[in-house]
Design a protein around this ligand. Structure first.
Ligand code: FES
Ligand code: FES
Length: 204
């Protein structure tokens, strides 16, 4: 009885396949027409276009307005759009400090900072420190103390050192080390970097 019910009420395999073809993807003579979940060429192009935004900000006392992909980091904005390559890309993940810059006077890892969030911000990079031929005191202190070898980490160390001095974390070598702990130096120049920061702090 049950077997008879199944045979008479349920769709046959042939009926099922025919129904699925009709609903899921209409086949027309000469080719396939887009199914309900397929994009036309125009829609696909729109989906491919990356969302972008305009952002206006000041970098080293100069106003810039740029249109960037919304995912662009401040570091890439500086390096790729403004040709300011002093800030270095080490880890690109917030772990080395090579990309440190000042935003509104506070040090940030530019690799982790979205450019589109900086509308109206005031950014200072290593290129903006010197006054003509006159180096910033901390730049001079790095030279005086011989505080670098390869120099790759140095722009980030100097920007972070400026933050350290401005924030007043220079009471002792230990305090400076703690305050600068986000900046890694592969060459191991830490002792001299601390001396350079101390030299600058004592000038204040
Ligand atoms: Fe930004 Fe390493 S490159 S923290
Ligand atoms: Fe080479 Fe710091 S001077 S990584």
């Amino acid at each position: 009885m049950i077997r008879l019910f199944l045979l008479s009420q349920g769709p046959s395999r042939r009926t099922f396949v025919a129904t699925t073809a009709a609903v899921g993807g209409a086949v027309v003579v000469g080719g396939l027409v887009p199914g309900p979940f397929e994009l036309g060429a125009e829609e696909a192009a729109a989906a491919d276009a990356l969302p972008s935004s305009r952002v206006s900000l000041t970098v080293n006392r100069e106003r810039h307005t740029v249109t960037v992909d919304n995912r662009t980091s401040l570091l890439d904005l500086l390096r790729e759009h403004l040709d300011l390559t002093g800030s270095k890309k080490g880890c690109n993940a917030g772990a080395c400090g090579a990309c440190t810059v000042l935003v509104d006077g506070r040090r940030v890892n530019s690799c982790l900072t979205l450019a589109v969030r900086l509308e109206g911000a005031d950014v200072t990079t290593i290129e903006g420190l010197a006054d003509g031929d006159e180096l910033h005191p901390l730049q001079q202190a790095f030279i005086d103390q011989d505080a670098f070898q390869c120099g790759y980490c140095t722009p980030g160390q100097i920007m972070s050192g400026i933050g350290c001095v401005q924030e007043g974390h220079t009471g002792s070598p230990e305090e400076i080390r703690e305050s600068m702990s986000g900046n890694i130096c592969r060459c191991g120049c830490y002792v001299k970097i601390v001396r350079a920061v101390q030299q600058t702090a004592h000038r204040k």
